[in-house]
Design a protein around this ligand. Structure first.
Ligand code: BGC
Length: 818
């Protein structure tokens, strides 16, 4: 919209949507009066005699008018469970319709309104695998985690993953998949980063749009989450994220803006945290002004499960649906309607959005789902995408692919056998199996040493058997890591003599409720360091190669040990087909072409957000979760990063910081090797309508077929405001190029996307001057560059909303009263 015009509208729109509803009674002061429930039910009774309006057959307005107040309130609050049944509410035990799904809406049969089903989550549909009533199983495919999908940088492939996920949602009878997760990976310790895509907003937004389009193509919905700035699990229900406006617009809102504009998700899920002082579920400026008025969102807003504290404020803000639904939420809303403190206009507006969602759903269409999705086809997509998203960090002396004569391998590390397919919490999937690395390699003709395998398997079994059963609901969600097994020098020497190569797997899992810690999670443990050192020494002495496979939920420290092995492959948490996919890459069936969607710092402490992220080693986890599960909030300790977290790094997150400050990293954003090499040439930068069109030619200069991920970074003059040294503005992945073959790649950069957010004028402004366009194989490996003269422009003025408090709590000091 034009800058001046929107400025004029600002004050009018940022207030609220309280237009009088002509169909409602008004009191003397002009306040809308709700008909009493009695009046309404009487009306409903009279109407049964007449023909009742039916959803989809009659105008939606008539259906709403025929509802009792109680029915309206039921529609705004999920069918849920009892208030005390917290475990069921959180982890999803909706026994009706689709057992194990996360929740349902409330049906109103007399008006033709069916219940619809919401099911987690980002790595595939999460439902119960078995049911009491039948011997049939309902396993779903565990796809690779979001981070791995982003590491493919391949929107076409990710859309196909979405198609496969969507088919399972449809055939298992759910209506909306609660994913993808798409918060920015602000800090590497966030326990849920694995569900998310990247530290970069463009990559996040584009991959999210691809998967949403893929899922929704199957006739089911998505719920992109968690809106917004939900970047830590510690005290997640109460933490107040304090985000400067420029960072909020450029980094945290931007991915959601892209997904809304490019994929129109059926629903969006608000987050648990407060944002600049108010719960996201209770912010009209976020949910109405930005999401709907500025971006044109047409779908429904749902809360996260039990998110927000005041249901009435949520309704008013345009958080249309409260899930999974509690009786006390219905009571508060009903009471507020009766008291006249909640207008029926707001209620009806949200009811309408719930009905519009239901109208699009398979349940409304009475779709006869089969309960037999094509799991075989999905497994193939899971395997293919998993291999394509693995990132080769190191490959000295062409250790990989393993030579054809390598038939025997020593597999070290507990996760070679107890392989981790995905994270914990709602992002998990009840899949029929997980192919471990040992199984994957064996199937590819590389035999794991049997004696070593048996020793590891009994160590894993013994440790699991000795674990006390988790007592609390949240503890059941966690999957504690099995400790490393001690392998003797003599055994390592035997294996170095008898085996063709060594593979050492390092595993990391994380998930809802708990952030990662630095000491033995981001950093390798002493036992892991010693394992890598001893195995590498012994195998190298015997002239054999060593490979480290990182079966991880996110970055780990690599700088201190990366010199030891010959090759390092980041396999992430690659889903149920993980072992096959790793084997595909190790044997060379697939040439790796994944690139890091985040930076791997030299040390955790180098991360610009480290001072402003909970140091969980300081907090007592049990107390944190006990308080959370009983009264929803923690006692106010006024402590930084627990009660509140300041994003004072601004837009300088990830490579935007490392690059600009010149801080060395272990592996840069966008980095990844393959089994071949690529030459870049023929750069052309031209203005084409509203875009810059950048073309270049990529040639396979190596000896094996492979794909290249081509990245375009743009550097702005940076005179008007501090700018990152460069920012990702476009990317593309080539097709499979045979040796000597080339492909001309075209990248488009909308001129408007060069703008930065100017807080003083609340507008997106493009600074005039010479911009450098850099095309590279990573953020640090720029192969071609050229310039373009860009004219200064005010691209768009937006509402000055969601502002941080004027006085930020000072870092390190207890927070003043909020
Ligand atoms: C999570 C959501 C999830 C929901 C339903 C919440 O705890 O934060 O991501 O979709 O539960 O299981």
């Amino acid at each position: 919209m034009h800058c001046a015009l929107i400025l004029a509208l600002t004050t009018a729109v940022t207030g609220t949507l309280r237009a009088a509803d002509p169909t409602r009674q008004q009191d003397a002061a002009g306040q809308q009066q709700a008909p009493s429930p009695g009046q309404n039910s009487a009306a409903a009774c009279r109407e049964t005699a007449k023909k009742l309006p039916q959803l989809g057959k009659d105008p939606i307005r008539e259906v709403i008018d025929a509802m009792t107040i109680e029915e309206k309130v039921h529609l705004l609050v999920g069918a849920g469970t009892s208030a005390t049944d917290l475990e069921a509410a959180i982890i999803g035990q909706t026994r009706k319709l689709v057992p194990g799904a996360a929740g349902t809406t409330f049906p109103i049969e007399r008006l033709g309104v069916p219940a619809i089903v919401f099911a987690d989550g980002p790595a595939g549909i999460r439902i119960s695998a078995t049911r009491d009533s039948t011997a049939q199983t309902f396993y779903a495919t565990q796809f690779p985690i979001g981070t791995l999908l982003a590491a493919t940088w391949d929107t076409v492939l990710v859309r196909r993953v979405g198609n496969a996920m969507g088919e399972e949602v449809h055939e298992y009878g759910a209506d909306v998949l609660l994913g993808p997760g798409m918060n920015l990976q602000r800090n590497p310790l966030n326990g849920r980063n694995f569900e998310y895509f990247s530290e970069d907003p463009l990559l996040t937004g584009k991959i999210a749009a691809a998967i949403v389009n893929g899922i929704q193509q199957q006739g089911v919905g998505t719920s992109v989450k968690h809106f917004v700035a939900n970047n830590q699990e510690t005290n997640r229900l109460n933490n107040n994220t304090i985000v400067p406006t420029r960072a909020l617009r450029e980094m945290y809102l931007r991915p959601f803006e892209i997904v809304v504009k490019e994929a129109q998700p059926w629903t969006i899920m608000t987050s648990y945290n407060k944002l600049n002082g108010t719960y996201t579920a209770e912010r009209a400026d976020l949910l109405t002004t930005v999401l709907r008025d500025e971006w044109g969102f047409k779908g429904l807003v749902t809360s996260d499960w039990l998110g927000g504290v005041n249901p009435v404020w949520s309704v008013q803000a345009g958080n249309d649906l409260l899930m999974p639904g509690l009786a006390k939420q219905r009571d508060s809303i009903l009471k507020a309607i009766r008291l006249g403190t909640l207008s029926l206009h707001d209620v009806d507006r949200n009811v309408q959005r719930v009905l519009e969602l239901i109208l699009r759903s398979p349940h409304y269409a009475k779709y006869t789902f089969s309960n037999t999705p094509d799991l075989k086809a999905s497994a193939a997509v899971a395997r293919e995408s998993a291999a394509e998203g693995m990132v080769l960090l190191k490959n000295d002396g062409t250790a990989l692919p393993l030579p054809a004569q390598a038939r025997k391998a020593a597999l070290f590390g507990v996760t070679s056998y107890d392989f981790i397919p995905g994270g914990t919490g709602s992002g998990t999937v009840n899949s029929a199996y997980t192919v471990s690395l040992a199984q994957g390699l064996a199937a590819a003709g590389i035999k794991p040493d049997k004696k070593l395998q048996l020793a590891y398997e009994s160590h894993i079994a013994a440790e699991k058997a000795a674990r006390p059963a988790p007592k609390r609901w949240w503890a059941k969600q966690l999957r504690p890591q099995v400790s490393q097994m001690e392998v003797s020098d003599a055994e390592i020497a035997r294996l170095a003599r008898t085996q063709d190569a060594a593979v050492i797997t390092i595993g990391r899992i994380s998930g809802e409720l708990l952030d990662r810690i630095v000491s033995t999670d981001y950093n390798l443990s002493e036992a892991e360091h010693r394992l890598i050192e001893r195995v590498c020494n012994a195998f190298h002495k015997a002239g054999k190669k060593t490979v480290v496979v990182l079966n991880v939920c996110g970055p780990v420290e690599t700088a201190s040990w990366k010199a030891r092995p010959d090759a390092i492959l980041v396999a992430w948490l690659p889903g149920q087909e993980g072992g096959h996919a790793v084997a595909d890459v190790l044997t060379g069936k697939v040439s790796p072409s994944g690139k890091l969607p985040m930076s791997f710092a030299m040390r955790y402490e180098d991360d610009p957000t480290a001072p402003n992220f909970p140091h969980r080693e300081d907090y007592d986890t049990v107390t944190l979760h006990e308080s959370m599960s009983t009264n929803h909030t923690l006692p106010d300790t006024g402590s930084k990063n627990l009660d509140y977290t300041i994003y004072d790094e601004g837009v300088f997150v990830g490579y935007r910081y490392f690059d600009t400050s010149g801080k060395e990293v272990s592996y840069p954003f966008g980095y990844g090797l393959g089994y071949t090499t690529f030459g870049y040439g023929g750069l052309d930068i031209a203005r084409d309508g509203d875009d810059y069109r950048i073309t270049c030619t990529i040639r396979n200069t190596g000896a094996r077929a492979g794909r290249e991920v081509v990245q375009l970074y743009v550097s702005a003059p940076g005179k008007d405001m501090p700018k990152p040294a460069k920012e990702l503005r476009a990317f593309a992945r080539t097709g499979l190029l045979q040796p000597g073959a080339d492909e001309t790649v075209t990248l488009r950069v909308p001129a408007a996307s060069l703008a930065s957010f100017d807080e003083a004028s609340s507008s997106w402004r493009t600074e005039g001057g010479t911009y450098t366009f850099r095309v590279g194989a990573s953020s640090a490996d720029i192969r071609l560059s050229g310039t373009a003269d860009v004219e200064a422009a005010c691209v768009e003025t937006v509402h000055p909303v969601i502002l941080p408090p004027e006085k930020l709590p000072e870092p390190g000091r207890p927070q003043a009263e909020q």
